[in-house]
Ligand binder design. Structure first.
Ligand code: FMN
Length: 613
């Protein structure tokens, strides 16, 4: 299961900044590598200084950095003024010691106007940001830790990104499958580096020095002594080390060991984050399982929404005293408008919360049970991303289950490293242009027996059932089995999979254009199902819509949103395909105990002479 990632703190500033931007009429230039915490803090301050009307610069936020900030403003404004005819705009902002900003700037020798001049303000802010970032982000200290449990297939990873110099550290956590602790500790470092690069594009260009701290002596030893890689027994650990070294190949790096549970605050925090990540991302089993065995009754799984605490008033099942504002701005492409019409509601929130794909967390949890059942029958279900907007991964017809072992290590769950990098770059490019992105994921199931599903009725055709399951995922607007889209444009001689026979293999095919299904039944070749996802409907630069209360033209609702969720949708697709296949096995082979199922399966395999596993 791929866990949702918490929103980085810097992102939370974006709506606030947008609001200030709108109120002041400034179009603030967003510099690509500004997506990090310090950027957000300084930007907030800078925009308050430059754009806020009648505001007070909060002293507790500026703290000792005020002097530095003023020096930067001074420099930035001077630079901008060389090219701009306008005088410096300054609001009535109060600084420490009750000095007003206009007075402070006047003392610095600026010609100050209290009438707003967007150009100078915006340019000054942008220049200020650029300079501040490079200056502040020269050294990044990363402290990481991993947490495992023998009772859970998940390993938790926690990390702290700290640029020091008075900036607030960024914390993050993640959970992924894993048991081997050395790999886990190394993965924590790898995840932390990838996370850090989301806030700053030029992170690995050599401008930033890294200090990486872990309480795993073995991980630090492996990272410090590449020669000892050869001695490491774990191929997987060696390959993570290789990936870390590759990322940091142009940077100055120091690895250091920190003693665990010995009072180092960053280590303690990373330890807690890893533990919480492991516990939070796992589902609680509340019924149907005893001492690790299913009981035959329904299995109940509970996945907690950790953000609910922030929504308790707005989404409380009971009346609340607080006034909760209704939402009246439906988003094109979402369920908002038609949902309110259908159910006779005036508040779009009544629709959007249920329409949201967050319910798919439960599908993924349930899918894990289906996958466990299938794995007992020799079936593995996997997914990966093959396209994000116009960026496609090279076609691979030869994939095996082993190829998917490290798919979660790609931030976009793409099996091709180069394409994965191009996808990340495309997401970053379009995200910054306030766009959302769609794409294509592919689910593959290996080890299937021929004859699941049936041609005898439309309800039993497996392609129809799979289409329904995959297209029930939010924003998935198309599903294809095998090369469906491509073969529609080909003549019949190039569209089908010719049949061969030899004594050892029985019936076989050399191609799998049909994606493992013929006549609504599995052929025994890998099942290949693709889901085509539209770009997400919530846009940071909203589309045109209409206020459902006033019927006046308005911009669509701006809600917290991701810009691309094709990788997550692939994980949901994997769960949905697992449900369908598990149901097909149950239907065909019945049984009350797993040995009943395998006995029926073996008898069937013997009858049709099916030897492949
Ligand atoms: C895993 C996943 C995450 C999603 N996250 C978002 C999101 O952050 N913002 C958004 O606008 N839509 C998101 N969507 C899509 C909407 O839920 C979907 O477009 C909406 O429910 C309307 O359904 P429809 O697109 O199938 O018509 C997500 C979909 C999936 C599968």
């Amino acid at each position: 299961m791929q866990a949702p990632r918490p929103m980085p703190p810097a992102m939370r500033f974006i709506p606030a900044v947008q609001e200030v931007t709108e109120r002041s009429g400034v179009t603030v230039e967003v510099v690509p590598h500004n997506q990090n915490l310090f950027w957000a803090v300084v930007r907030t301050q800078a925009i308050e200084v430059v754009g806020q009307r009648n505001g007070v610069l909060p002293v507790h936020e500026s703290g000792q950095k005020l002097g530095v900030l003023m020096a930067h403003i001074d420099k930035a404004i001077r630079a901008v003024r060389c090219n701009a005819a306008e005088s410096v705009f300054c609001d009535n902002v109060l600084l420490e010691g009750h000095l007003r900003l206009p007075e402070a700037l006047a003392r610095m020798g600026f010609e100050v106007s209290e009438q707003f001049r967007p150009l100078v303000g915006a340019r000054a802010a942008a220049a200020l940001l650029r300079e501040s970032i490079d200056d502040f982000h020269s050294e990044l200290t990363i402290t990481t830790d991993a947490s495992r449990s023998w009772h859970s297939p998940l390993m938790g990873h926690g990390w702290i990104l700290d640029y020091g110099r008075g900036s607030s550290p960024t914390i993050n956590a993640y959970a992924a499958t894993g048991k081997e602790i050395l790999q886990g500790e190394l993965n924590s470092i790898h995840y932390a580096l990838l996370d850090a690069s989301r806030y700053r594009e030029d992170l690995f260009t050599g401008r930033v020095r890294f200090h990486i701290r872990s309480d795993s002596l073995m991980a630090i030893d492996l990272l410090n002594n590449p020669a000892s890689h050869a001695r490491s027994r774990s191929q997987a650990a060696r390959s993570i080390v290789h990936r870390i070294h590759e990322l940091l190949s142009r940077s100055e790096v120091r690895y250091s060991w920190v003693k665990a549970h010995a009072g180092d605050p960053m280590n303690e925090l990373a330890d807690r984050l890893a533990l919480v990540a492991r516990r939070c991302y796992a589902a609680d089993i509340t019924a149907g399982v005893r001492h690790g065995r299913t009981l035959g009754g329904p299995i109940a799984l509970q996945v907690r929404n950790r953000d609910f605490a922030n929504w308790e008033e707005r989404m409380n099942p009971w009346p609340v005293d607080a006034q909760t504002a209704e939402v009246h701005l439906p988003r094109p492409g979402h369920a908002d408008l038609v949902g309110t019409q259908k159910y006779g509601l005036s508040d779009v929130r009544d629709i959007l919360e249920r329409a949201s794909a967050r319910e798919t967390a439960a599908r993924v949890a349930g899918g894990a049970v289906a996958k466990a059942f299938l794995s007992a029958l020799g079936v593995g279900v996997f997914s990966h991303v093959i396209q994000i907007t116009g960026v496609t991964a090279p076609r691979r017809d030869d994939l095996t289950p082993e190829d998917f072992a490290a798919v979660d290590e790609s931030p976009v769950r793409c099996l091709d490293e180069e394409a994965g990098r191009a996808m990340v770059a495309e997401i970053n490019r379009l995200r910054k242009a306030n766009e959302s992105l769609g794409g294509v994921f592919e689910v593959r199931a290996f080890g299937l027996v021929p004859g699941l599903g049936s041609h005898v009725s439309w309800r039993e055709r497996l392609d129809g059932v799979l289409g329904q399951a995959v297209m029930s995922i939010q924003a998935v607007k198309g599903a294809a089995v095998g090369d469906a889209i491509e073969v529609a444009g080909l003549p019949g001689s190039k569209a089908h999979d010719e049949i061969f026979y030899d004594d050892e293999r029985g019936f076989y095919r050399q191609t799998n254009r049909a994606g493992g299904l013929e006549g609504g039944m599995t052929t025994g070749d890998p099942l290949v199902v693709r889901g085509y996802m539209k770009p997400l409907p919530t846009l940071t630069k909203p589309l045109r819509s209409v206020d459902i209360a006033t019927h006046e033209p308005a911009e669509a609702l701006r809600e917290r949103t991701d810009s691309c969720t094709v990788p997550a949708a692939g994980v949901v697709g994997e769960a949905m395909v697992a449900f369908v296949l598990a149901a097909a096995y149950r239907r065909k082979f019945g049984g009350d105990h797993i040995s009943d199922v395998t006995a029926a399966l073996d008898a069937y395999r013997a009858r049709i002479g099916w030897q492949r596993r």
